[in-house]
Design a binder for this molecule. Structure first.
Ligand SMILES: Nc1nc2c(ncn2[C@@H]2O[C@H](COP(=O)(O)OP(=O)(O)OP(=O)(O)O)[C@@H](O)[C@H]2O)c(=O)[nH]1
Ligand SMILES: [Mg+2]
Length: 379
């Protein structure tokens, strides 16, 4: 005897995997558990499970669909509140439900299209209805895709880069947002040489905030290398925050704006305690903290984050399938206008196959291997 513990019996089919399951609970000392495992695996017919094997069996036995199986892995890997929420929603079946809402009418439409192909004389005049039904499906699927893109942001968190002319107050603002004196601040322009990162969690979203070397023409050698790093950070960012000095007369606006694309940039005037921002513009002061909360809210809004929204669709695999399903439906809509019914039916079927891939109704073994490889042993 090495320990005293508990054995829990879960009777089929109500267990996690759908099979008879016995769980042995022991005290947690690693050496003790190793001894127990050795004793148990010495029994005939007993072996260590493959990574994700329990969840895989749950899927193969029809207990959960693929989106929920993947959610188990996501939940284990989640490292921000938003990521936990997204995985939990997916585990609860939110994604399966959203997909079903799109698929059910699409399956009906596909059946009607096939019938129309088989019995053309009975289906005259149904083109209008087909166009409307395709339109509804396309819209629902596109909105699922857009929410999914935000979902993937939430899963991995966002990178937000502060940039702008030298001495505009970037490092002071960075320190204020981080809540500690991480970056050196000085009145000499060109103080920051290296990009500096801090990992924060705002309203549950993981945010990597980057302070960068201020941009200016003809810097000396070391500063020029810092500016190169600023450009690299901007390239890899989800959002660039352009911080203006309070007096921007003589500053070439267009030149700074070109450093980041319009869609991924917001602009703020710094040192607002010295001079208020013009009407309609956002002003902040890293020194006094004025406007900083509003800036945080603007950043979260700009990356499309809403805390209350449970975004289930998030993995690259889901996004790719949805993208391709949207494309198939777009081709169906185009074909419908030219009244080539075979193509409409074919593309609708293609979209349905892609959606089935997400929930795993169409799952190939390689796909399953790829998914369950991500799990740790025992899950
Ligand atoms: N009044 C006022 N002064 C500020 C504010 N923010 C920064 N400063 C001052 O402006 C100077 C430059 O501030 P930094 O935060 O180092 O500016 P920076 O944009 O990081 O500068 P570089 O790294 O050189 O590009 C310092 O003397 C700060 O004390 C502010 O909100 N209000
Ligand atoms: Mg600085």
């Amino acid at each position: 005897m090495v320990d005293e513990g508990v054995a829990l019996y879960f009777q089929a089919p109500a267990s996690f995997t759908g099979e008879d399951v016995v769980e042995l609970h022991a005290h947690g000392a690693p050496r003790l558990l190793q001894l127990l495992l050795e004793a148990v695996t010495a029994l005939a017919g007993v072996r260590i499970a493959e990574p994700g094997e329990f969840t895989r069996r749950a899927f193969l036995n029809g207990r959960i669909d693929l989106t929920r199986a993947e959610a188990v892995a996501d939940l284990i890997a989640a490292d921000s509140e938003a990521a936990v929420r997204a995985a939990a929603a997916q585990l609860a079946g939110a994604l399966s439900e959203q997909l079903r809402a799109v698929r059910t009418p699409l399956v009906a439409l596909h059946a009607d299209l096939e019938a129309a192909l088989d019995f053309p004389e009975e289906s005259e005049g149904s083109e209008v209805e087909t166009a409307a039904r395709l339109g509804v499906a396309l819209e629902a699927l596109s909105s699922l895709r857009d929410r999914g893109r935000r979902g993937s942001l939430i899963r991995r968190g966002v990178q937000v880069v502060l940039y702008g002319p030298v001495n505009s107050g970037k490092s002071t603002l960075f320190n204020r947002l981080v809540g500690s004196e991480r970056a050196l601040v000085d009145e000499t322009p060109g103080t920051t040489r290296d990009a500096l990162e801090a990992r924060l969690e705002w309203d549950g979203l993981q945010v990597t905030l980057v302070d960068t070397a201020g941009l200016r023409a003809s810097p000396e050698r070391l500063e020029a290398r810092g500016i190169e790093r600023t450009r690299q950070a901007l390239e890899g960012s989800d959002l660039a925050v352009l911080l203006w000095p309070p007096d921007s007369t003589g500053v070439d606006l267009a030149q700074w704006r070109r450093e980041a694309s319009d869609a991924r940039r917001i602009e703020v005037q710094g040192k607002a305690d010295l001079r208020p921002a013009p009407a309609g513009a956002l002003g902040v002061s890293g020194q006094t903290g004025a406007g900083v909360e509003a800036l945080r809210a603007r950043i979260l809004e700009a990356v499309g984050y809403q805390r209350a929204e449970a975004v289930a669709l998030s993995s690259a695999r889901h996004l790719e399938a949805i993208d391709r399903a949207v494309e198939a439906l777009e081709r169906a809509v185009a074909a419908q206008k030219e009244s080539t019914l075979e193509v409409v039916a074919g593309e609708t079927a293609a979209a349905l196959r892609l959606l089935a891939e997400i929930t795993g109704e169409d799952a190939r073994t390689e796909l399953l291997d790829a998914i369950f490889e991500r799990f740790c042993i025992g899950k």
